[in-house]
Design a binder for this molecule. Structure first.
Ligand code: ZN
Length: 239
């Protein structure tokens, strides 16, 4: 509104009941101004409507974002819950594993103890067996010593008896055709010297000594080596 117009409208405001003389062109110009303003206003209205619809769209978008964000928060909460329960599970599994390990450890310790006891038992039994064996050895040694004593006594007796036994007569150096009186039971013989009185007496003693035995008259060749010569022994008996 121009200053001129302002001044004009101020005058009207001061005397609203007074009639004013106005040019038609001024009214037209004023109307034009009003129309322009109205058009401007319509345009602003349209802009405002656009802005409102834009705002609604934004609100809708925001709501979508909010609900999405809520959804995400819920998912996070669920995940956190899962994590917590998994953590608890892991803890309980750890506890389980630890208790199993402890149990195994105890079982192994018990087995080791059992084996140690067995070893100790075997060792003490071994000691007992060694002692028993030592006792047996001592007993056996005593028996051996007793037997040795007995043997020594017998050996002494035998040597005494051997001293008492007359020495074997040498095989006489005579003809194999010479006649002998022999005992087949005792494998002993004496030479026959016919016509010799002492020899006849000795032969009687020989036959008497071998009464009931298998006696016979043979040649020296038949008895030499297998029979013991006893001629001298029986001749000595004749006094
Ligand atoms: Zn005989």
């Amino acid at each position: 509104m121009s200053n001129e117009d302002k001044f004009f409208f101020d005058k009207i405001a001061m005397n609203p009941d007074k009639e004013f003389k106005v040019f038609g062109r001024d009214i037209l110009a004023f109307k034009q101004q009003l129309d322009a303003q109205k058009a401007e206003l319509d345009k602003l209205h349209a802009n405002l409507a656009d802005l409102v619809s834009e705002r609604r769209k934004l609100d809708t978008g925001l709501q979508v974002e909010r609900s999405r964000s809520e959804e995400l928060e819920k998912q996070i909460a669920t995940l956190q819950g899962d994590y917590k329960s998994r953590d608890l599970k892991v803890h309980s599994m750890e506890d389980e594993v630890a208790s199993k390990l402890k149990k195994m450890e105890n079982e192994m310790a018990a087995k080791i103890k059992e084996m140690q006891d067995k070893i100790q038992d075997l060792e003490s039994r071994e000691q007992e067996l060694i002692k028993e064996r030592e006792a047996v050895i001592v007993e056996r040694d005593a028996k051996i010593a007793a037997v040795q004593d007995e043997r020594d006594i017998l050996v002494a007796k035998l040597s005494e008896m051997q001293k008492m036994v007359p020495k074997a007569e040498p095989v006489p150096d005579i003809d194999d055709q010479a006649m002998v009186r022999a005992c087949m039971t005792c494998k002993e013989y004496m030479l026959v010297d016919e016509g010799n009185y002492k020899n006849t007496r000795a032969m009687i003693l020989f036959d008497t000594a071998h009464r009931g035995h298998m006696l016979g008259t043979l040649t020296h060749g038949e008895v030499k080596g297998g029979f013991l010569p006893k001629t001298r022994a029986y001749l000595e008996k004749v006094k």
